[in-house]
Write a protein that binds this ligand. Structure first.
Ligand code: PGA
Length: 245
């Protein structure tokens, strides 16, 4: 399947900085690229390099109405978003999002034709307790409950071990391979068309480790934080996803 490399800009950027960054991006044949930007910059990103898809970093579970501060899936669709990240560990840990909310957000996204990038992953304590797949299974089950088996095959799943995010050192290729295979077999075990689900790795994916991570079976792309803010690095990672150097 076509690999997806999605940049998660997080709460970074300015009109000027975004312009510079976008100037350095161009499509890579055979790879899907996306940038998930802060809401106010969606309008700026209406003009962007060809072949770079647009995404947001969160979405409301609600359709419309008295929900001050929320942004609906319909609004994101109107601005040309194809993707939206849901359930990022920062939202779970810092903003109190639980599994059920994440499931409802994924459902709201799909209802408007957006592809949810559902983030799952364990903390270091959970890994140390041997609960990696218990945690990820619980996170995925909530999304499956909200979507049903057929729609579940339309989501992108991003495995992001919380302990590898933003620290400069990714999980090892062995750890990534093990968890990705386990996620795919968990999905298959629930009756989901698991072979069709793109599984991204995220957590300190960088220019110098991307090729090794993409060589791992079941790694169908990357969710890239810090390195997505440097155009040259994001390009190296995207080319690595395409098998190039
Ligand atoms: P990082 O962030 O690449 O800076 O580790 C990844 C993410 O949180 O999506």
């Amino acid at each position: 399947m076509t690999r997806l490399v999605a940049g998660n800009w997080k709460m970074n950027g300015s009109l000027a900085a975004n312009r510079d960054l976008l100037d350095g991006l161009m499509a890579v044949p055979g790879v899907e690229m996306a940038v998930c930007v802060p809401y106010p910059y969606l309008a700026q990103l209406l003009e962007r390099p060809a072949g770079v898809a647009l995404g947001a970093q969160d979405v409301s579970e609600f359709e419309a109405g008295a929900y001050t501060g929320e942004v609906s899936a319909g609004m994101l669709a109107e601005f040309g978003c194809r993707y939206v990240i849901v359930g990022h560990s920062e939202r779970r840990a810092l903003f109190g999002e639980d599994d059920a909310v994440v499931g409802r957000k994924a459902r709201a996204a799909l209802a408007h034709g957006l592809v949810p990038i559902v983030c799952v992953g364990e903390t270091l304590a959970e890994r140390d307790e041997g609960r990696v797949m218990a945690v990820i299974g619980r996170q995925l089950a909530a999304v499956l409950d909200a979507l049903g088996v057929a729609a579940m095959a339309q989501v992108v799943v991003a495995y992001e071990p919380v302990w590898a995010i933003g620290i400069g050192r990714s999980a090892s290729v062995e750890q990534v391979g093990e968890v990705h295979a386990a996620i795919r077999s968990w999905l298959a075990g629930q009756g989901v068309a698991a072979a069709a689900v793109r599984l991204l790795y995220g957590g300190s994916m960088k220019a110098d480790n991307a090729a090794a991570l993409f060589a791992v079976p079941d790694v169908d792309g990357g969710l890239v934080g810090g390195a997505s803010l440097v155009a040259a690095d994001f390009m190296v990672i995207s080319r690595a996803a395409g098998g190039g150097v």
